[in-house]
Write a protein that binds this ligand. Structure first.
Ligand code: NDP
Length: 248
């Protein structure tokens, strides 16, 4: 099946590396103009350069997604330049794992701000023009941790579960304006985020995955690209796990 995208502009957070970069590249291959957001200039800059060098259209924006004021002013600036951002992918995320009794309030707050509050900031900044245009796609990258829970990740799982409730509520609020909101929940994907998992821990994780291997960033990008396309126009308020069967 070929996917349809007509003159669309997407903003992908955390597009500098890993899953976000694969999503940005995949959308760009479909002809979508992509705004690559990440924390550091060099990271989103190199993602945008690579897309432009391979014939796509991208621009880079270094913004701390946990900073509501910075996100709001970035959205204003972008909407002046582009009139409308049609596709928003909230992908930027961090982990600061620890068992609850050892978790600092700072680590709790950082993870909630970066993973969950950021979604609120970007949607507040970009969704209104989508509703006026009667077309929009909001895709939030959650995690199987937000569905199943995970020891050592109370902060992360709370943020990711929060994203699911946020997505479903948003879907109900925006449906009458033809704006869809869905979540994608990756399992274990090979990126910098999972690069530090020790071999011993991996030996315990792999048996829990029916497909017996980690996923690739492209596996998530394929699902996101489909959900962003015209063809996914009747899908909203859903959570799609892409996890090798782990959260069955
Ligand atoms: P990476 O650590 O590889 O990349 C994270 C990206 O997010 C980077 O581009 C980083 O920017 C950006 N980012 C982090 N914090 C901020 C911030 N405050 N402001 C702006 N950008 C920020 O992560 P993954 O690709 O592995 O993960 C992507 C998403 O998928 C996350 O939400 C994660 O929780 C989720 N996920 C990942 C899984 C996995 O197994 N990898 C499993 C389940 C969910 P910079 O490059 O500038 O540092």
């Amino acid at each position: 099946m070929s996917l349809t995208f007509e003159d669309k502009v997407a903003l992908v957070t955390g597009a500098g590396r890993g899953i976000g970069r694969a999503i940005a590249e995949s959308l760009a291959k479909e002809g979508v103009t992509v705004i690559c957001v990440s924390r550091s200039e060099s990271s989103c800059g190199s993602a945008a350069d690579a897309i432009n060098a391979s014939g796509g259209k991208a621009i880079a924006k270094a913004v701390d997604v946990s900073d509501g004021a910075a996100v709001a002013s970035c959205c204003e600036e972008l909407l002046e330049a582009h009139q409308n951002i049609d596709i928003l992918v909230n992908n930027a995320g961090i982990t600061k794992d620890n068992l609850l009794f050892r978790m600092s309030e700072e680590d709790w707050t950082d993870v909630i701000n970066t993973n969950l509050n950021s979604c609120f900031f970007w949607v507040k900044g970009l969704a209104r023009p989508m509703t006026r245009k009667r077309w929009g796609r909001i895709i939030n990258i959650t995690s199987v941790s937000g569905i199943m829970g995970n020891a050592g990740q109370t902060n992360y799982a709370a943020a990711k579960a929060g994203m699911i409730g946020f997505t479903k509520s948003l879907a109900k609020e925006l449906a009458s304006r033809n704006v869809t909101a869905n979540a994608v929940a990756p399992g274990f994907i090979e990126t910098d985020m999972t690069a530090d998992i020790a071999d011993a821990a991996m030996d315990k994780i792999l048996p829990m995955i029916p497909l017996k291997r980690m996923g690739k960033s492209e596996d998530i990008a394929n699902m996101v690209t489909y959900l962003a396309s015209e063809e996914a126009n009747y899908i909203t308020g859903q959570v799609f796990t892409v996890d090798g069967g782990m959260a069955m």
